[in-house]
Ligand binder design. Structure first.
Ligand code: ADP
Length: 488
């Protein structure tokens, strides 16, 4: 799984859960709100009815008292009670009415209005000195009817209020269930997302970090496990490949060290044997024997020097520090120098040099180009049998100077040609023939490229090889010394 997919899936899942939770809560809140409003309307109506009942009774009491005492104080109290009764009646009329209880409510209102009207008439009559005791039973009846009608409405309203209350309780229970359910789902979703993040990101990252730490501490076999998100897997694979490549490089470097030590031993042994013959406690051999001994010492020291210089150059090229000191030189001169260098040591091979009559001017670092040619000639000698011919040819090919080194040696299989210039590569066909480390051609190709040129190879197994160094010709820098060179 990719990081993008995991993040998108977790975000989408959490968003859906949050949306569900929010809609659930909104729905239950609005239902609750509706039910509570209905309940509070009912409570208001119940209160109005109860107030009506109370003020009906107060009015009745004050009316009777006023009739009995004819006292203006009591008449005022009765009128005040009437005002309140009428106000509460107004309040009840203003309350929203459902279809079911509209009839009962209207009847109760009519009864109360009727009672008030009868009482008002009676008060008027009382004012004309009728006996209050005579009139009381008539109004008591009206009051009873009004009270009974109010009681009926009240009991209906109370029953409705109880149902509404039960509904509110039910909605409350449901919203609690929705809240707890959605909170648990969200928590679960969050835990799931965290678990996935730990499994797919945290633990694989930790494993990669541990592998890197172990590698850094010297465990070169440390490898990162291949798990988690695709991106982390790719990092683990890249780390493992890098670790394997470094291990392989290390193995090859150790091989190079062993090979260099082995190669150095030959000239050193020759030096030691020669020097052993010049013991301090013995008289020196005559001059005619001394001279070849010193010549041999010189040759072996030069060999060691060449090997060490090559090694230092390789290290420089690897570190990107190859410095070129350009000079104008003739390729024929450089080819001749290298052949002359090898001729005395390669008595088992026939070294031939073929040079053109025209100058072959190059702008190059002669030391480095000499090193490249040395390597090609040394390989031609190394990988061809004794008595074989090694041919060095200089030719001008258009805008290039080509210096070819050919031999009739073991040759190289076509499938190995492409890898010849890789570091540490050695063709299987030549491994039995001579020791080597596979760095010379790599360094030679880097030097050729640094001069804007290249080395090409033509070879077939058992038929020999031709390595050709091609460099751009320089028209500006004509070398006067070059004109004196002859082919040989
Ligand atoms: P080394 O000779 O030390 O192995 P080089 O980089 O000079 O390293 O050469 C790389 C490989 O190319 C050699 O090991 C050998 O397999 C092959 N090679 C180079 N020159 C020749 C040649 N003239 N004939 C056959 N094989 C060659």
């Amino acid at each position: 799984m990719k990081l993008k997919t995991l993040a998108a899936a977790s975000t989408a899942a959490l968003a859906v859960l949050s949306l569900l939770t929010a809609s659930g809560l909104t729905l239950s809140t609005s239902t609750m709100d509706r039910e509570v409003t209905r309940l509070s309307d009912m409570v208001r109506e119940v209160r109005s009815i109860m107030e009506l009942e109370v003020h009906l009774l107060i009015h009745e009491r004050e009316s009777v008292r006023a009739a009995l005492t004819q006292h203006p104080e009591h008449a005022r109290a009765r009128d005040a009670a009437r005002d309140k009764l009428e106000r509460w009646l107004e309040d009840l009329r203003a309350a929203p009415v459902t279809e079911e209880d509209a009839g009962a409510l209207q009847e109760a209102e009519l009864e109360v209005e009727h009672y008030l009207a009868v009482r008002a008439d009676q008060a008027h009559t009382d004012g004309q000195a009728l006996s209050p005791v005579e009139s009381s039973p008539v109004t008591a009846d009206e009051a009873d009817h009004a009270y009974a009608a109010l009681e009926e409405v009240l009991s209906t309203k109370l029953a409705e209020a109880r149902v509404a209350r039960a509904r509110v309780d039910e909605v409350k229970r449901r919203s609690e269930a929705v809240s707890i359910g959605s909170a648990s789902m969200l928590l679960l979703g969050l835990l799931l997302a965290l678990w996935q993040a730990s499994k797919q990101i945290y633990r694989p990252l930790l494993a990669i970090r541990t592998a890197i730490d172990r590698y850094g501490a010297g465990s070169h076999d440390a490898r990162a496990p291949n798990g988690g998100l695709d991106e982390l897997r790719a990092i683990a694979v890249a780390f493992n490949e890098m670790a394997a490549a470094l291990a392989e490089q290390r193995r090859k470097q150790l091989g190079v060290l062993a090979s260099v030590a082995h190669d150095l031993r030959n000239p050193l042994t020759a030096l030691k044997l020669t020097v052993d013959r010049l013991k301090p406690d013995r008289p020196l051999p005559p001059e005619e024997r001394l001279r070849p001994m010193f010549a041999r010492i010189g040759q072996e020291v030069a060999r060691c020097d060449r090997m060490l210089t090559d090694l230092i150059d390789i290290a420089r090229i690897e570190g990107g520090e190859l410095e070129l000191r350009y000079e104008e030189r003739d390729a024929r001169e450089l080819a001749r120098e290298v052949v002359e260098l090898y001729r005395p040591t390669a008595d088992s091979h026939e070294l031939r040099l073929s040079l053109p009559d025209e100058p072959a001017p190059l702008r190059c670092d002669p030391l480095r180009i000499g090193q490249v040619l040395n390597n090609l000639v040394a390989n031609a000698i190394k990988y061809s049998p004794s008595g074989g011919a090694v041919q060095v040819t200089v030719a001008r090919e258009g805008a290039e100077i080509a210096i070819a080194v050919s031999d009739r040696g073991v040759g190289i299989a076509p499938e190995d040609h492409a890898r010849l210039f890789d570091r540490y590569f050695r063709a299987p066909s030549s491994r039995q023939v001579a020791a080597g480390v596979g760095l010379g051609l790599w360094a030679a190709q880097r030097i050729a490229e640094a001069h804007g040129g290249r080395i090409d190879v033509m070879s077939a197994p058992g038929e020999g090889s031709t390595f050709t160094l091609r460099l751009p010709v320089t028209e500006s820098g004509y070398c006067t010394r070059a004109a004196r060179l002859q082919s040989s």
